[in-house]
Design a binder for this molecule. Structure first.
Ligand SMILES: [Fe+2]
Length: 213
């Protein structure tokens, strides 16, 4: 077992919909209105296409409205408060930038599910000893914070093509390398009211221990 990705053995419907998860996510206007073909030049020039692609690549859903009662109950039964349901869409053959979630790197857990992206990989990195902290905070399309790293700042620690649900470490540098298939990630962020903050991976493993095989 590692401290980056821990598969959890439970199976609950995520969204209140008759559609498949992918069709449901593609029916969201924020995705459908902004999905577009993006060239390498678009990425380099921060063109309107790039900006639209960014909006379709990271958006949030109204979790109270769309998550099933089963999922809400699951978190509640384990003493956890959902506060965000984020969707990450990765275009084919696209690798996302290396980043840690939040303003300050640390030890934060989420539960993620992957749809599509059959040959994708999530990578986790260790910051090199020679790394000098830089002010590389940036705002995501949903106006949350992340801290960016260059490939020179870090060394690869672990990679996995997980399907979910899985407990995921997002406080250390990580990114996605996508392959030949579109990839959606449904990501639920939660807080523990007893702790007054997000659980660390070790704490989350304890909270959800009966689902770890
Ligand atoms: Fe992230």
């Amino acid at each position: 077992m590692n401290d980056y990705c821990t598969p959890l053995n439970f199976d609950l419907p995520l969204f209140k919909t008759e559609l498949s998860t992918i069709d449901f996510l593609k029916s969201q206007p924020i995705w459908a209105d902004n999905y577009c073909h993006v060239t390498k030049e678009d990425f380099l020039s921060n063109s309107i296409n790039y900006q639209r692609a960014a909006l379709s690549s990271h958006f949030q859903l109204d979790w109270e409205k769309y998550l099933t009662d089963d999922i809400k109950k699951f978190f509640k039964d384990h003493g956890q408060e959902i506060y965000l349901c984020e969707i990450f869409f990765r275009y084919k053959n696209y690798s996302s930038g290396i980043h840690s979630d939040g303003k300050i790197p640390g030890d934060y857990s989420k539960i993620n599910w992957i749809f599509g992206g059959e040959d994708s990989e999530m990578n986790w990195y260790k910051v090199k000893e020679t790394y000098v902290d830089k002010d590389t905070n940036s705002m995501t399309p949903i106006r949350s914070n992340s801290k960016q790293y260059t490939p020179n700042d870090v060394e690869l620690a672990y990679s996995e093509n997980f399907r979910g649900p899985a407990l995921i470490q997002v406080g250390c540098p990580h990114n996605i390398r996508n392959g030949n298939y579109e990839r959606f990630c449904v990501s639920i962020a939660f807080k523990d009211p007893t702790l007054g903050r997000r659980p660390t991976i070790a704490e989350a493993k304890e909270i959800f221990k009966k689902y770890i095989v």
